[in-house]
Design a binder for this molecule. Sequence first.
Ligand SMILES: O=P(O)(O)OC[C@H]1O[C@H](OP(=O)(O)OP(=O)(O)O)[C@H](O)[C@@H]1O
Ligand SMILES: O=c1cc[nH]c(=O)[nH]1
Ligand SMILES: [Mg+2]
Length: 209
Amino acid sequence: MGKFVVLDHPLIQHKLTIIRRKETGSNEFRRIVGEIGGLMTYEITRDLPLKDVEIETPIGKTTQKEIAGKKLTIVPILRAGMGMLNGVLEMVPTAKVGVIGMYRDEKTLKPHEYFCKMPKDVSERECLIVDPMLATGGSAIDAIGALKKRGVKEIKLAVLVAAPEGVKAIREKYPDVDIYAAAEDEKLLDNGYIFPGLGDAGDRIFGTK
Ligand SMILES: O=P(O)(O)OC[C@H]1O[C@H](OP(=O)(O)OP(=O)(O)O)[C@H](O)[C@@H]1O
Ligand SMILES: O=c1cc[nH]c(=O)[nH]1
Ligand SMILES: [Mg+2]
């Protein structure tokens, strides 16, 4: 069974409170979503395997550590996932990026995929899907399905705010996927918004409302 981990580092929690405030404007909101994305990546990559490598410093030969194992692909779900991308890439600058475009129908709350572009060797890579919001779980489930269809075996999901309903939906459909969140909120409202949440992440990042 995959993990569900709430990353309760004080810096993450403090920054999350700033972006939850309704008076926080797009400029600050966008910057902090990226910063939290970076801090979460630092925590999520804690278990990456290391291997010994022989190197030479200006003083002499030595055996040191280097990251081993599969290469990483970051998969932001458009639009709001783009807000996390720069912060994540600051932690893992050599990662490739695969993009999935998805919007939720406002009435049915069902996701619709409108774009998908993955690195050619994605099946050989570990994928970290990033999206600030996990509400019904429909968008993340479809993104995981799109990666599995392309042969990806190791998938992690990082969100800022998770509704319990979304976590449950993913664990039922894809129990092997590890989920990381900055917070698990109280509930999903009938209109599809997370309570207390932070509102519409995409609109707040891009200033579209
Ligand atoms: O778990 P779900 O119920 O699927 O909801 C979560 C999705 O909704 C939001 O995207 P939205 O559809 O608003 O698109 P946007 O990022 O372009 O604003 C959010 O960024 C997630 O992708
Ligand atoms: O609360 C929510 C739920 C889905 N998408 C958002 O941007 N916010
Ligand atoms: Mg939106």
